[in-house]
Ligand binder design. Structure first.
Ligand code: NDP
Ligand SMILES: O=C(O)C1=N[C@H](C(=O)O)C[C@H](O)C1
Length: 247
């Protein structure tokens, strides 16, 4: 597959390595320095784009690929308030896009079990639930996209919570959630690749469900596998659709 990389930071560079290992070719690299000079025609010899750029850049990059009729995988987080409009444009224009807050297999298993766990605990009202995410200090968005997906999985399966609220440690503003709000607590610590925990607390005990990424390799490999899965398809997909346990 001939791949265009949109974003060539920590993730883009690792994706290039995994793509080459799996026999693909990176034909164009786009980052902040050259993005303004890139036109849809520059993408015409590629088979696929993979976007790991910034929350601010993702929408423009998606439009660029739609204009070029180029399928794309979007790993960038922090743009999900525009999800509905992007889905509509993608489907109306017969394009192909797959997005996901987290491409690692481990986290996708975690997403699945998270929903089952929430449903199992739902009848036991003595438990209050909270989500915690820890990432490196360079991260631009909070809460993490993964934490939002986890929270949505809990909200779908927990009667007592109606929406989520975010608190960023050290941001100076204390967030006290209402009883029907699910707290997502964000911590930023040095070079942590990504740690997500769901905590159920009662007066007598605590249940902790945790995923710790040891590196970014699982995300990068997952993104390349997602591109292979998307090739030849048309439509708007989520990474969860790649996994049999979600069918
Ligand atoms: N879904 C998943 O599994 C994962 C998602 N992510 C998400 O991926 C995104 C990128 O993460 P990461 O690689 O760590 O971030 P980095 O900051 O390391 O890299 C971002 C890259 O985007 C480039 N960039 C900035 N503006 C544009 C633009 N307009 N067009 C194209 N590229 C641009 C930057 O260029 P320059 O260097 O010139 O500034 C840089 O190369 C984040 O949103 C993060 O949350 C991260 C890990 C896993
Ligand atoms: O910015 C990161 O680094 C990560 N971002 C994704 C997110 O927002 O969930 C995925 C992963 O946790 C790393």
């Amino acid at each position: 597959m001939k791949i265009v990389l949109l974003g060539y930071g920590k993730m883009g560079q690792l994706i290039e390595r995994f793509a080459m290992k799996r026999g693909h070719e990176v034909v164009l690299i786009v980052d902040e320095n050259n993005r303004n000079s890139i036109e849809p025609e520059d993408l015409e010899h590629a088979d696929m784009a993979i976007d790991f750029s910034t929350p601010h850049a993702a929408l423009d990059n998606i439009s660029l690929c739609f204009e070029a009729n180029l399928p794309l995988v979007v790993g960038t987080t922090g743009w999900y308030e525009h999800l509905d409009e992007v889905r509509e444009t993608c489907l109306e224009a017969d394009q192909a896009l797959l997005y996901g807050s987290n491409f690692s297999i481990g986290v996708n298993i975690f997403f699945h079990i998270n929903k089952l766990l929430a449903a199992a605990i739902n009848p036991y009202k003595q438990y209050d639930v909270q989500v915690e995410e820890i990432h490196h200090i360079h991260k631009l968005d909070a809460p993490s996209g993964t934490a939002i997906t986890i929270a949505e999985g809990i909200l779908e399966n927990t009667d007592s919570k109606k929406s989520w609220v975010n608190s960023v440690e050290g941001a100076g503003e204390e967030v006290i959630p209402k009883p029907d709000e699910l707290l997502i607590e964000s911590l930023r610590i040095e070079e942590v690749p990504g740690t997500h925990t769901v905590l159920y607390s009662s007066e007598v005990d605590q249940i902790e469900f945790k995923h710790t990424a040891h590196s970014r390799e699982g995300f990068a490999l997952g993104a390349v596998i997602a591109a292979e899965w998307l090739l030849g398809k048309q439509g708007f997909f989520q990474v969860t659709e790649m996994f049999d346990f979600n069918k």
